[in-house]
Design a binder for this molecule. Sequence first.
Ligand SMILES: C[S@@+](CC[C@H](N)C(=O)[O-])C[C@H]1O[C@@H](n2cnc3c(N)ncnc32)[C@H](O)[C@@H]1O
Length: 274
Amino acid sequence: MSSQHAIVPVPEEVGLLYDRLTAMDTEEVGGSLHLGYWESEDSDMPLTEAADLLTDMMADRLRLTAGARVIDVGCGLGQPAMRIAQRADVQVTGVSISRDQVARATKLAEVHGLSDRVEFQHADAMRLPFADNSFDAALAIESIFHMPDREQVFREIQRVLRPGGRLVLTDFFERAPIPADKKTAVDRCLRDFIMTLADPDDYLPMLRRAGLRCVEFLDITEQSVRPTFERMAQAGNEDLDPIFEEEADKKFSPADMVDVDEFGSLLLTARKPA
Ligand SMILES: C[S@@+](CC[C@H](N)C(=O)[O-])C[C@H]1O[C@@H](n2cnc3c(N)ncnc32)[C@H](O)[C@@H]1O
């Protein structure tokens, strides 16, 4: 289904993209680098709070107990890891392909007095530098779509999870074939953020092949994608302009994405069999 979008992300290039994004002032997004979640259409919750709400919904699905070891695959600036470490009294190890993000997240953890609860390291999720069965739970918030092979990442997460451990992730998927008049907007988004849309028909078979079992598969597009793009469009995206190299009228534009209902977001909970 997604074969029309021919990009295969190269992890090193994704790392350099996030190094550039890290140089931006991210105060206004509250440190989270993911979409928000709004329970109702008329909610006026700001994006920063809605992003934290999505983190909390995901953390709840991990069913964490105090002292658990959690891996955050594609940890960004560490905001979700720090929030979860505090809320659930757990230890979180975040990995990112961006060296600048790891440095910034490490600094932020120091500033917030959380260095004993969270740690960040540079690593490629395609080859996680951890022993088998070393984590109780795994989180991947809007990161797997930047990786060249989802199934390989699932295999790696399955390997480092202990039996019975849970994985919770969000991912973008092609909800329906992208109509011709929306393809340019979608292709710009995928190209500028170096990502791919998952094929929903292959999602559960791919998980199974990697040794994971689906617990819950939720389509959160209406609560997440559209309201985030609407808010981004209202705010303007001048901050992003220097990040992407294309000419101004050929770059990703949130306003062009608002009505692309085919660009979906999924929230998945899976489990490594005991
Ligand atoms: C959209 S950001 C999400 C960050 C964070 N999960 C959050 O919600 O704030 C995507 C993250 O995935 C990371 N990432 C992308 N490809 C990766 C890879 N191959 N290995 C490790 N991290 C990767 C990026 O460095 C970045 O931290």
